[in-house]
Structure formats: structure tokens, C-alpha cells
Design a binder for this molecule. Structure first.
Ligand code: CA
Ligand code: CA
Ligand code: CA
Length: 150
């Protein structure tokens, strides 16, 4: 008999807790602000009245002076100093073109290669001398573009 009373009492306690929980939840929902209605979305393209307004100027690179450009042509590592090697490096390709055997020494024959080749091509009989007729073939060709008489 005690068990039945104790079970009924437990069921009543659980029922009371459930009612209390439901009532509290209902009060929280009643105290909440009403839901905000979503604002209507604009249907047209966005626009603004910008008459009389001026935006900031876009960034621009500063123009280097002619002397600065010449300086940076030599200053390969951009340390704002030109070493002797940097200054002479512009001549390296031309030197290597002349140094036919690649020994980093320039003989007279290597240095005068253009003239030597011109002599060899003009010396048609191969006797290591040029006649007037052979020498005439070494004359520079007239330029196809007219010279300016400015
Ligand atoms: Ca440098
Ligand atoms: Ca050489
Ligand atoms: Ca000859």
C-alpha cells in the first residue's frame, strides 16, 4: 500500500514539474519581442546621386628621371650603389661575343674579327692581299633609308 501511495506521489511531483516547465516556457515566449517583418528587397539596380562628388585619385607610380633610370640600369642588386662589377657588367655580353675561344683573353684577332672576316671575304683569290677591285667590295653599302638634313 505504501508503494502505491509513494508511486502516486512521485507521479504528481513529475506532473507538477512538467506543468511548471510548460508555464515558464509560455511566459518566456509571451515576453519575447514580436518578430521583425523582413524589409522588402529593392528590385532595381543600386544607384546613388554622385553629382558634385569626387573620389580619391587612384595611386600612380612616380616617374623616374632619366638619370634615375640610367642609375638603376647599372644598379643590379638595387642597393643604391654601383660597384665596379655592376658598371662593367654591361660590357660583358659584348666581350663574350668577341672572345671566340672563351678563355677570357681577347687576342687582336678576336677583337678585330669583323675586319678580319671582311678581309677574308674580299680576298677572293686567297693570296692574303687585296687588289683595288677586291678592296672595293669592302665599301659600306649605302643606306636604304634617307639621311635627315635637319
Ligand atoms: Ca648595386
Ligand atoms: Ca680569347
Ligand atoms: Ca687577293
Amino acid at each position: 500500500m505504501n508503494r502505491i501511495v509513494l508511486g502516486a506521489f512521485g507521479a504528481l511531483v513529475l506532473l507538477a514539474v512538467g506543468l511548471f516547465w510548460l508555464q515558464g516556457r509560455a511566459e518566456v515566449e509571451a515576453g519575447a519581442p514580436p518578430p521583425v517583418a523582413p524589409s522588402p528587397r529593392p528590385t532595381g539596380l543600386p544607384s546613388a546621386d554622385v553629382a558634385g562628388l569626387e573620389g580619391p585619385a587612384p595611386p600612380e607610380a612616380t616617374e623616374l628621371s632619366r638619370e634615375q633610370r640610367r642609375f638603376f640600369r647599372y644598379d643590379r642588386d638595387r642597393d643604391l650603389k654601383i660597384t665596379r662589377a655592376e658598371m662593367l657588367s654591361t660590357r660583358t655580353d659584348a666581350f663574350r661575343d668577341l672572345d671566340a675561344d672563351g678563355n677570357n683573353l681577347l687576342t687582336f684577332e678576336e677583337w678585330a674579327v669583323t675586319t678580319a672576316q671582311r678581309f677574308d671575304s674580299a680576298d677572293t683569290d686567297g693570296n692574303r692581299e687585296l687588289t683595288q677591285k677586291e678592296f672595293a667590295t669592302t665599301a659600306p653599302r649605302p643606306s636604304s633609308t634617307p639621311r635627315c638634313n635637319c
